[in-house]
Design a protein around this ligand. Sequence first.
Ligand code: DX5
Ligand code: ZN
Length: 219
Amino acid sequence: MQKPTRIAPSILSADFAKLGEEVRAVDAAGADYIHIDVMDGHFVPNITIGPDVVKALRPHSEKVFDVHLMIDPVDPYIDAFAAAGADIITAHVEAGKHTHRTLQAIRAAGVKAGISLNPATLENSIDYLYEELDLILVMSVNPGFGGQSFITSQLRKLEAIRKRIDLLGLDIDLQVDGGVNPATARQVVEAGADVLVAGSATFKGGPDAYADNIKRLRG
Ligand code: DX5
Ligand code: ZN
């Protein structure tokens, strides 16, 4: 069942010189999850945040820390991100050869498990993973950078995955990430998404604008 829309600001668009303050500001502005983009310069062409930064941010918010791993391999880093305070760890289905085992390892670390699909990846690539999942993340841009345009074909993928979650009757968040703004937010919710990641649309205009930005994404 699709749940009320939750907003997950991606701190990739925050001011990295004051990340703790930025996390506190979006928390106070009404964020539901704090979305943390981890990139390794190998799976994606950018390098961002590691477990030490997640650990340093943990005291700044009690909201759900939603850690999106754009790294390959995944398995050697699961325990470090769990120990750092991640509540959800999402791995890419395109990363590593044994995704099912990776998801089991994430849950074994005491953390909720998510799987992410790049725009070119078929929705049926995760058909045998649903029982291991707490979250499915549909990428609506090619991962690596904030501020890109929403890829509309991913609405069909959201619709197909929403149908399957409901058919199976499982409690799985359906998250979308990339190019989400007040206009596309409406479309993705209509297609079945219930957790919206938003980087530039949350952080534009600075701290005074965050509450209004989040409110406009919620629709
Ligand atoms: C892209 C990241 C996204 C990104 C979204 O690889 O996974 O979380 O920060 O940024 P916007 O919302 O600006 O498209
Ligand atoms: Zn992300």
